[in-house]
Ligand binder design. Structure first.
Ligand code: ATR
Length: 275
């Protein structure tokens, strides 16, 4: 029987994950079936159990179920434990019995770091600014700090949330949190992890934010550059949107399930053309 995978979300109709994983499967010759499933808001666990009963071997999890998925995992990766959320569920055994356990991992942060690498951004020794302090940002801080930046500042509309987040990750590196008013540049890499772009909003940012040759990264993407990327371009920064992060996090999930690493470049190019 073909191994089944899916992405759970609500809503999930516009998810690009089925197309991405179909492309990965084609490329690697892995026989998998990957669909999008809209789980009921009040019964994510039930949807996951039903999926396993029907031959499901693993899943991606997106808004708003990442924390709930975290809670049903029996084994969690260290990075998922830090994030308090998972985007990848893996049904697996320990190789010694038929006992299948639910493993949880989060691949968003690795996806972001790989996409930055693809664009030639050096994180080691760089001055990093991350905007936002919600779940999306919490999920990427560990891999960012593991890349050994000189410093990492988390700035958020609600300053206390950024301060609390920085305190949670302080053992991993040089990290500080505060409000937008406390931002003092320049920075080599500025990552927008707020959902402000969704509303066409821009966080209040100082004009001298960017160092020479700086990169502005928005975790959001669309056919047109986000408000943040437009603002950054006007100030001389190079802009990168989050489409590559989406493809890279998918590739890492695919690797966790199938132990094969797909080539992400052609998949990203095809998605870009279809935006
Ligand atoms: P996500 O899972 O996308 O991180 P979230 O946990 O709701 O979603 O977090 C949303 C983030 O975007 C928060 O950092 C939020 O700031 P607050 O903590 O002050 O709410 C930020 N955000 C949302 N809309 C914003 C706006 N218009 N301007 C600035 N920040 C905004």
């Amino acid at each position: 029987m073909t191994d089944r995978y899916c992405v759970f979300g609500h809503p999930v109709g516009h998810s690009k994950s089925p197309a991405i994983h179909a492309a990965f499967a084609d490329q690697t010759g892995e026989a998998i079936d990957y669909t999008a499933i809209e789980a009921p808001l009040d019964d994510f666990a039930g949807a996951w159990r039903a999926f396993i009963a029907a031959g499901g071997r693993g899943a991606n999890v997106t808004v708003p179920f990442k924390e709930e998925a975290f809670r049903l995992c029996e084994v969690l990766s260290p990075r998922a434990l830090r994030a308090g959320a998972v985007n990848t569920l893996i049904l697996g055994g320990n190789g010694q019995s038929n006992d299948l356990k639910v493993y949880g991992d989060t691949t968003d942060g690795v996806g972001l770091v790989r996409d930055l690498e693809r664009h030639g951004v050096t994180l080691a020794g760089a001055r990093l600014l991350v905007l936002g302090a919600g779940g999306a940002v919490r999920g990427v801080l560990e891999p960012l700090l593991a890349a050994a930046p000189a410093s990492l500042v988390v700035a958020n509309r609600t300053a206390e949330k950024a301060e609390a987040l920085a305190a949670d990750f302080a053992d991993l590196g040089e990290i500080r949190g505060g409000g937008f008013d406390a931002i003092s540049g320049p920075f080599d890499v500025v990552i927008n992890g707020t959902s402000a772009s969704l509303a066409g909003d821009l966080p209040p940012l100082p004009d001298d934010l960017f160092a020479d040759g700086a990169t502005a990264y928005d975790m959001m993407y669309g056919a047109e550059p986000t408000v943040f990327l437009q603002w950054a371009a006007e100030r001389g920064a190079r802009g990168v949107d989050g489409l590559g992060m989406l493809v890279e996090q998918a590739a890492e999930s695919f690797f966790l399930w199938r132990h094969r690493r797909p080539d992400t470049d052609p998949v990203l190019e095809a998605l870009r053309r279809a935006l």
